[in-house]
Design a binder for this molecule. Structure first.
Ligand code: MBD
Ligand code: FE
Length: 282
């Protein structure tokens, strides 16, 4: 992590921490030179056509150049790409899948979270406990509804202030993150708290991009999940909350009607909800 300071009650500085994390990953893709050429040709053609269609001027071209430099120097490429581009990549992946709908991973996944048993509570601070408790239960099955032994539910989400652990220096390392090992039938019951809507940092170049077009920087409250099981294709997804703010105008365009939870308030004062995951064969 960098020394990105907390300046904003929601999430400033988290973008460059995401770059620091991503830079440490080794990425590769098995793409032929012919496919690279075809994609590059069409991508450049699309951008050039936009310039011609809108009559983009030299001052505007120079502002673009400066902004691209700023996004890189500010460490905001993971943030910008995941907010504005990743949803289309996910849409391509979704074409070949039948199970639970996926959604974008976003910039704040961290692998190797602490393993937790099938009935568990995510790591949280005393101040997190002041929020509404959410008891999230369900089962991981195959496409035929058979429970899956050794399924894993990785869950991460922001706290009530919109911060993700490891992307905000004041939080414990694994706050509101866990790798839940389900029981032999794929069942789990995870206690956490209701997350809050998330504001894209407004003080960097991604924020400037949104502001320059009078857009809003908000995502609806959401849970992030990666669900996996031996011999199955894992699914990366998000779950949202019925009636939540920004559900119909997610800046990251990553909501789907199948991914909206409707928790019910229990006599115990906690919100309860069940959501089951179905996994495609690998
Ligand atoms: C998030 O929490 C998120 O989920 C995405 C996609 C982008 C920025 C912050
Ligand atoms: Fe998120």
């Amino acid at each position: 992590m960098t020394t990105t300071e907390i300046q904003n009650p929601t999430a400033a500085g988290s973008g460059s921490a995401a770059t620091d994390k991503f830079k440490n990953e080794r990425v590769s893709a098995d793409t032929s030179p012919e496919r690279v050429a075809a994609i590059a040709k069409d991508a450049l053609a699309a951008l050039n056509q936009v310039i011609l269609d809108h009559g983009v001027t030299y001052p505007e071209y120079r502002v673009l150049k400066q902004w691209l430099i700023d996004v890189g120097e500010g460490g905001e490429w993971p943030l910008f790409l995941d907010v504005f581009i990743e949803h289309s990549v996910e849409e391509v992946l979704a074409r070949s899948r039948k199970g639970t709908k996926g959604s974008i991973e976003g910039p704040y996944y961290v692998a190797d979270a602490p393993e937790l048993p099938s009935v568990c509570e995510l790591p949280m601070r005393d101040v997190d406990r002041k929020e509404t408790v959410l008891v999230f239960s369900g089962q991981v099955t195959d496409l035929d509804g058979n429970g899956l032994d050794s399924a894993i539910v990785e869950l991460w989400h922001a706290d009530a202030d919109g911060y993700y652990s490891q992307f905000a220096d004041h939080l414990p390392e694994w706050n509101l993150r866990g790798k839940i090992i389900t029981d032999s039938e794929g069942r789990y019951e995870i206690t956490t708290i209701q997350p809050a809507p998330y504001q894209i940092p407004t003080d960097g170049p991604t924020g400037a991009f949104i502001e320059a077009q009078n857009g809003h920087p908000w995502r609806p409250a959401h849970l992030h999940l990666i669900v996996s099981a031996p011999g199955k294709e894992s699914v990366t997804t998000q779950l949202y909350f019925d009636g939540g703010e920004w559900l119909d105008s997610d800046v990251a365009m990553a909501t789907k009607p199948e991914l909206i939870l409707s928790p019910t308030a229990g006599d115990d004062g906690k919100n309860h909800v069940t959501y089951n995951f179905t996994l495609d064969p690998a």
